[in-house]
Design a protein. Sequence first.
Length: 95
Amino acid sequence: MEEFMMWTIYLEGLNALLSLGLLYVYAQNYRALKSSVGLGLMIFSLVLLLQNTGGIFLHFSSGEVYAKMVATQVFGLKLVESLALLVLSYTAWKN
């Protein structure tokens, strides 16, 4: 179980970095285009960044409380999120 939680923390770190990169790209797009979609994407990236950094903090502050019960499920969800953010990052940086 602890191995799943360590990999979950790594995935949350990766997701935070990807969200930060997306926030940068979307901020540049918003500055250039001034569209509401760009603003929405910036807010979306910021929320994902906060969610992942908050998750890392919670793992270190109270990880033992729930780690054993949901370690596998949290890892699976973070893995899916990582894959989605990788695809989104690839398409955002490609252009």
